[in-house]
Design a protein around this ligand. Sequence first.
Ligand code: NAP
Length: 294
Amino acid sequence: MRVAFLGLGIMGRPMAANLVKAGHDVTVWNRTPGKTVDGARVAASPAEAAGVADVVWICVSDTAAVDSVLFGANGAESALREGMVVVDSSTISPARTREIAEQLAARGVAHLDAPVTGSKIGAEAATLIFIVGGEEATIAKVEPLFQAMGKLYKHMGGHAMGQAAKLALNLQIALIFEGFAEAMALATKLGVEPARLIDLIGSTMIRSGVTDYKAPFVLKRDYSPNFPLRLMHKDIHLALDAAREARVKLPGLETVDEIYEVAHDEGQDDLDYAATLMLLEKWAGVEVGAAAGQ
Ligand code: NAP
């Protein structure tokens, strides 16, 4: 299949590479020049990439970035032809997603929102899970591309239901990790060896995918970005905005947002979101990872 892949960040680059590996004809574009994918053509603009493709796949930071690559100067929209499919794997506003799907439908172009879960490791290993909103018939057209980049996809309903479900997932990740981080800070301060607490958590019903994934990084004090804090913060704001529009109260997430505001002020935006633990450590006067090595 001829695919234009727009956005070669932590997620997009390995996703595009897996499309090439699966034998698809891939043209890539990235805002900052210099990022490439072996075996893929490089386009000078989103429009140029879309001009030689049947499917446009987007994976950029946020709602403004998606608007820019589609509708900005030399945006993909100017090169779209009837019958094409646009798939958006960025995590963005559900409300704006619904509008984009309508704008493209007016041009005879189908749209799917297909945000992902699985993080950097899942993108590299082609084990992502796509959380999809849109028409069944459109999904069928691009199914081989989902297979090339992921282990499964879940169809959540019509346009924007993928984005809505993705926000519901990340809301939980933010709260689960915060609970884990607070437990680590408290137990460490009380004298429990962090590695022993993690071992205990692993044997109990408290164990989760989030704690399994993050515990080794926490013990090593490795806060290099798998999922950058700035992007989790963006998702927290997307969830709070959607909640406000739908008149849903999210007191837990509002509190966690305050912690992310402090992390932002402390310059932690480009670290992994697990770095919120560093604030708890500072406030408690204890180092969780360092204590593990004692
Ligand atoms: P990232 O490494 O920060 O990459 C962001 C990409 O978006 C880069 O290619 C960047 O281009 C591009 N971009 C940003 N603003 C732009 C603009 N105004 N116009 C055009 N391009 C722009 O982010 P990522 O981790 O790949 O995440 C991409 C999306 O997937 C986000 O929506 C994120 O929430 C979601 N996601 C991430 C993860 C994860 O674990 N990382 C997991 C699930 C979902 P430049 O190179 O020019 O900056």
